[in-house]
Design a binder for this molecule. Structure first.
Ligand code: AGP
Length: 642
């Protein structure tokens, strides 16, 4: 195996290791579609998968019971277009089928792990969105009965378990599904086909969404209503532990795990297609801002233990000798990811006492940097495709540096070019202006610093526990901050016509000031600059007048008094101050023109809280200005060119 492939496998193994070592099995963000009726199923299924593409995917598959009663499963790595190419010469006949897209949150995308999964007899095919947490125990039980597995997924365990129960107990598919799901611990939205019952789809859900669409003599199944609305607006949203038995002739039955009949509640879909893809939000950006509490919880899953007294990044543990022996860390990134890198510098230097330099990748790659095998380079990138960051990684690697990636898009170019790394697991970020990826990057950098500091012995137990416990509470505090959305929307109306903004922060919140300014610039086209608050008196304060809104992050942390005097300097020159404060602030709240009060947190975790109101402020100002928030002019989501 070539060295490159070894590295790739190492990275992939790293992530599989990550799953198993943290008892965190392979989790997915997926899309499910199904059809049974009088039309050819395949075109409807493929179109449905494309409707779900906003959920992101890196592998896709389809199962069809053909006109001659064959159960055909076709699946490929890559986008739906690759699946379409793959099946061009295949039998895609049949009026019943299920299909699936997988956005891997762990492990390299590959066809083996793609859904649908066959049972051993190849009489059943199953697709799944969710996590079977006790899959390892179930797998061992089935292996002891002679079952073999092709993939490393929990989904294959489920379809084998259903078949094992069906055959061993000689029961119907429905009963087998009911008995199997009673053994399962975790979240699921599943659909199952049985080659011997070509007129029936069985579907079930627990914690992962599943919708049944009711047409004229035909039924649809999907993770949400997006793939269904063009055929019917009549839907049934399955509830937890409900099973839908969809029969071509008998229609829709809903039962629970104990086979108790439930009355389907047929609802009318009000949202249009575009709104559905955005989860009912007007823009992907707002959806992604509001996703942050859940995304950060996903980002921490398997890395912060349930007792919140341990934080670990497995990739750091696996390479701790290399990381601890480094003479310095160099963080390379662009844009928002570069801002996250500045916070990473502060965290790593504060707690690990390792020198950190933060470099714009575009500058680093062209200045012939002095770098060698004693350096560790951390590459931060949401897309994993930013040309400058990838080039910086290749340059550093060519000079012997050890490369650690912090990325979101699984299997993208930068993770594949690194020696190891950690995914941020915040799911696809569609809005061009990065929001949840930033807080995800900062979260991973925080856990990286904690893991390394603990290994190095440079952090005392009390401080360590205090940070880990507070980090575990951040998603809840983010939720609290998001309740300010309406008031921030009102505030934004005042500044819709501003021509310039200044954002100020200090210490951990200086990079947040930079990030807030970037958000405003890139979606409202208002000029904005971020500065260290103390830097104002070295020139920029000349800009201050009554027309200049100044956002100041002034939370109750180490530098509060200093920031207070910076605000007084601005007020003395009639600047309009929007202060980002800690709830209950009694001093700055009296002198600032506008206040946004946030829940208190530790100074090193301030970025995870103070960034959210700045994201909302930029969003609402841009909306007030009628801008194209999700696709601002001149910008691309991933800058894959120099
Ligand atoms: C941030 O809102 C911008 N979209 C942009 O600065 C972005 O952060 C930058 O292009 C880096 O992208 P990456 O994280 O995908 O590498």
């Amino acid at each position: 195996m070539s060295n490159k492939n070894k590295k790739k496998c190492l990275y992939v193994m790293q992530n599989i290791y990550l799953c198993t070592s943290n008892k965190n099995i392979i989790a997915y963000m997926c899309g499910i579609v199904g059809y049974i009726g009088k039309r050819k199923a395949y075109p409807i299924l493929i179109k449905g998968l494309k409707r779900l593409e906003y959920r992101g995917y890196d592998s896709a598959g389809v199962a069809l019971i053909s006109d001659n009663r064959q159960l055909n499963v076709y699946k490929t790595k890559g986008k739906v277009a690759e699946l379409e190419s793959f099946v061009t010469q295949k039998d895609v006949s049949g009026t019943i089928g299920i299909a699936h897209t997988r956005w891997a949150t762990h492990g390299e995308p590959c066809s083996v792990n793609a859904h649908p999964h066959y049972s051993s007899s190849e009489k059943l095919a199953l697709i799944h969105n969710g996590i079977i947490e006790n899959y390892a125990v179930l797998k061992e039980k089935l292996q002891s009965k002679g079952y073999q597995f092709k993939s490393s997924t929990d989904t294959e365990v489920l379809v084998q378990l259903i078949e094992y129960i069906k055959v061993t107990n000689d029961v119907s598919l429905l009963t087998a599904v009911q008995l199997a799901l009673r053994e399962v611990i975790g979240a699921y939205a599943i659909a199952v086909l049985d080659k011997e019952h070509p007129d029936m789809i069985i579907a079930a859900r627990k914690s992962s969404p599943l919708v049944v669409g009711i047409g004229e003599g035909e039924f649809f199944l999907a993770s949400d209503a997006t793939p269904i609305v063009e055929y019917t607006d009549r839907v049934v949203y399955l509830e937890d532990e409900e099973i839908a038995v969809i029969d071509r002739e008998k229609g829709l039955r809903i039962v629970d795990l104990n086979n108790v009949e439930m009355t389907p509640e047929v609802q009318k879909v009000e949202l249009n297609l575009g709104q559905l893809e955005k989860g009912g939000y007007p823009h992907f950006m707002l959806k992604e801002i509001f996703e942050q509490p859940d995304c950060i919880r996903d980002c921490m899953r398997g890395r912060i233990n349930v007792d919140a007294n341990n934080a670990v990044l497995s990739a750091v543990i696996d390479h701790k000798e290399k990381l601890l022996s480094a003479k310095r860390f160099i963080i390379v990134a662009c844009g928002t990811s570069w801002h996250a890198g500045l916070i990473g510098k502060h965290l790593i230097e504060s707690y690990c006492r390792i020198p950190v330099e933060v470099e714009y990748a575009s500058e680093f790659r062209y200045r012939d940097p002095v770098i060698d095998e004693h350096d560790v380079v951390i590459a931060i990138s949401q897309s994993g495709e930013t040309a400058d960051t990838l080039a910086a990684v290749e340059l550093a690697k060519s000079r012997g540096a050890f490369i650690y990636g912090i990325c979101n898009a699984i299997g993208s170019s930068i993770p594949r070019a690194t020696h190891t790394g950690s995914y941020i697991h915040v799911g696809p970020e569609i809005g061009v202006a990065s929001t949840k990826a930033f807080t995800g990057q900062v979260t991973v950098l925080t856990i990286l610093a904690l893991t390394l500091a603990k290994e190095k012995g440079t952090i005392d137990e009390q401080t360590y526990l205090q940070i880990v416990r507070e980090l575990a509470h951040i998603p809840q505090k983010m939720k609290e901050v998001l309740t300010l959305n309406k008031s921030i929307s009102e505030l934004s109306k005042i500044f819709t016509y501003a021509h310039n903004f200044i954002y100020l922060g200090r210490g951990y919140t200086y990079p947040v000031a930079l990030e807030g300014a970037l958000k405003l610039k890139e979606i409202s086209y208002i000029h904005a600059e971020g500065y260290p608050a103390a830097e104002m008196k070295h020139g920029p304060i000349a800009l201050i007048d009554a027309e200049m809104p100044v956002v100041v992050i002034a939370t109750q942390n180490g530098l509060y008094e200093k920031v207070l005097s910076n605000i007084q300097e601005i007020k003395a020159r009639k600047g309009k101050v929007i202060a980002i404060l800690t709830q209950g602030d009694k001093i700055i709240s009296r002198i600032a023109d506008y206040c946004i009060e946030l829940p208190e947190t530790l100074e090193c975790l301030d970025p995870l809280i103070t960034t959210l109101p700045l994201q909302l402020l930029a969003y609402h100002i841009a909306v007030c200005k009628g801008m194209d928030v999700d696709q601002p002019r001149n910008l691309a989501k991933s800058v894959t060119v120099e």
